[in-house]
Design a protein around this ligand. Sequence first.
Ligand code: HEC
Ligand code: HEC
Length: 252
Amino acid sequence: MACCAAFRATAARLLGQLGVLAVLWLAVAAHAGPFENTIAQRTLACTACHGEQGRAGPDGYYPRLAGKPAGYLYNQLLNFRDGRRHYGLMTRMVDVLSDGYLMDIARHFSAMQAPYPPPQPLASPPAPEVLARGRALALQGDAGQRVPACVQCHGERLTGALPDVPGLLGLPQDYLMAQLGGWRTGQRRAHAPDCMASIVQRLSDRDAYAVVSWLASQPVPAGAHPAAERPTLAAEWAGLKCGSARPPGPKP
Ligand code: HEC
Ligand code: HEC
């Protein structure tokens, strides 16, 4: 039966990951003697899923970490630790870590400069009018539906903005869809006020699929990096505020 085959495949994959993790933790532990207590060593287990240098996992779901704004990565690590995002295997690795340590990890991955692969062909290519609708939402928004353009916050080139807005290019379609779905159902939350939660409530399922399909089929521009600051929101969206954690203070 298809359901059970799929379930077994997922279970096997998860067990495989656990095996990889166990081996990695053991490998790290085995270094006990001359163990270099560097951040690169301490984040070795993360790259089992997030890929070498955090440049994204091989199976199209594990998101890239390399080069994302440190404030964004820090907010996400807090979100997993404090229950605003959920992924059990990962949460268990971060739930004992302090704010300062999570910021060190965020800065480590943010500083990585790894090239982006070309976009993966979409599993079932959407019709041209769906892609055109997605592009219009990303670049112009839809004032009638009260949906602001994604570029208003995610940067003119959609490559993110410092300190805490992520880029939207170079991410798999499945991952993007799951994130919008997560905001819709409350499974993913950001620091209050949660602007993305408000935006997602205004997107129909069809529009969410359109914008995600367009985003996932765009190449990442060469030398992409987050804009130096968040773009100024057009006056009509000024009420849409996005929360963020305060960076941890100096270590005691
Ligand atoms: C077992 C696999 C696995 C391991 C190990 C793992 N992660 Fe993750 N990580 C994931 C998955 C899957 C997601 C996406 C979850 C979701 O759908 O929200 C994720 C999401 C993230 C995100 C959010 C990315 C974004 O763009 O929003 C960050 C940051 C992150 N992980 C950091 C880490 C760090 C740091 C470590 C090591 C301490 C780590 N991960 C270890 C699987 C893993
Ligand atoms: C008012 C500002 C704003 C606008 C407009 C906006 N976003 Fe966002 N978006 C954010 C912020 C801030 C975050 C980071 C939230 C967090 O910390 O979890 C984010 C995160 C995301 C993420 C998660 C990325 C990841 O790596 O996990 C997706 C997907 C996303 N936005 C899609 C969109 C789409 C699609 C649009 C246009 C329809 C859009 N956003 C418009 C501010 C905005």
